[in-house]
Design a protein around this ligand. Structure first.
Ligand code: ZN
Length: 376
């Protein structure tokens, strides 16, 4: 049986700056194959992915995560070398300690303990591990999911080890994420001399009332899990720099963070009809950055809540705030997805660290969740 701190140290000592894996996945695979996992390495271009599975039956419980880490930043500002894991006052320091090699170690140890106690558990346990979560996320989780879907291999429940906690271990889990939609709008006018406005057509004047209306628009009320959808103009650009020229066009980039109360198609329709109602001549391109997803009440959320309460003595708070994660690629297959990992206060920062006591608690939480879902 492995020790979670030793295993976390072993992983941190491998300088797997995205999209490198540096032997992290083989190390994990080595542990998993010893307890009956079937191992598949899926390499797509520069990215190494691990798909491991113990059992052939449904339901499939999947630990998901990434072995890559973000660059260290200025080495002289680190108190300890980032790839030389060091424990100081109960905190394990090193790049990836919290995001998310500590979680990977906790998953492995929880699985080893669970399998030792319940060798004939029901369903299957799986691992979906990538080395490009911190990068462009093209050849990682999306490609593995594509491969699994093509052979109709389904994940029932996915537990992503992203550092979800805010102040103490498990105080927050993520049970969904907002969708993200970007619009690139060009409003067309006619360039001319400001002294002869009747010969020109000013796109800034024409677009301003429409933009003001968009900025004040009420899109939805959100729901129990999501705040109301928000619209923000991120960039606006028009004019030649000269004071005597009416510009020929106006470029506006805006972004929606949207709840599950609306779809991207509905948002697009509402924007287009508003622009049309203002009589604008325009082009618009849309960029779909990720669909919203929500894991509502069900076996995975229930098992996670109960396990955290049993291990820590307090209740967790399911939230959908924050940036995106690879959960957004797993959820569209119909899987329930929850993120549970350590405190995220130092992630991506200089002197990233994680509480060693929290890694022990996280291991217990993961083991309990396995027991609640895969034992009768
Ligand atoms: Zn991460």
């Amino acid at each position: 049986m492995s020790n979670v701190i030793d295993l976390a140290k072993d992983l941190i000592s491998r300088a797997s700056v995205t999209p490198l894996d540096e032997g992290c996945q083989p190390l994990m695979a080595d542990h998993l194959s010893k307890i009956g996992f079937n191992i598949e390495s899926m390499v797509f271009h520069d990215t190494t992915n691990l798909w491991a599975r113990r059992g052939t039956e449904a339901p499939v419980f999947c630990f998901a995560g990434h072995t890559d880490v973000v660059p260290t930043g200025d080495l002289s500002r680190w108190h300890t070398p980032p790839f030389d894991p060091t424990i100081i006052d109960g905190y394990l320091h090193g790049r990836g300690a919290a995001d998310m090699k500590g979680s990977l170690a906790a998953m492995i140890v929880a699985t080893e303990r669970f399998v030792a106690k319940h060798p004939n558990h029901k369903g299957s346990i799986a691992y979906l591990i990538t080395s490009d979560e911190e990068g462009p996320f093209i050849n990682g989780t999306p490609k593995v999911i594509e491969t699994l879907e093509a052979r109709n291999e389904k994940i029932t429940w996915a537990l992503v080890g992203e550092p979800s906690s805010t102040h103490k271990l498990g105080d927050v889990v993520k049970n969904g994420r907002r969708g993200s939609l970007t619009g690139n709008l060009t409003v067309k006018g006619i360039q001319g001399h400001v002294a002869y406005p009747h010969l020109a057509d000013n796109p800034i004047h024409k677009a301003s009332p429409a933009l003001a209306e968009l900025a004040q628009m009420h899109w939805d009320n959100g729901n129990e899990f999501f705040p109301p959808t928000s619209f923000q103009i991120a960039n606006i650009n028009g004019g030649t720099g000269a004071s005597n020229v009416i510009p020929g066009d106006l470029k506006v980039m805006f972004n929606f963070r949207y709840s599950t109360e609306v779809t991207a198609e509905e948002l697009i329709q509402r924007v287009l009809s508003l622009l049309d109602a203002h009589g604008l001549d325009y082009d618009i391109d849309w960029v779909f950055n990720g669909l919203p997803f929500l894991t509502g009440d069900g076996p995975l959320l229930e098992a996670t809540k109960q396990s955290i309460r049993e291990v820590t003595g307090y209740d967790t708070d399911p939230q959908t705030s924050g940036g995106t994660s690879d959960g957004r690629f797993i959820a569209p297959t119909g899987a329930q997805v929850i993120e549970l990992g350590p405190v995220n206060a130092t992630i991506h920062k200089i002197n990233e660290c994680v509480s060693t006591a929290d890694l022990e608690l996280l291991t217990l939480c993961y083991e309990r969740i396995l027991e609640k879902l895969l034992c009768d």
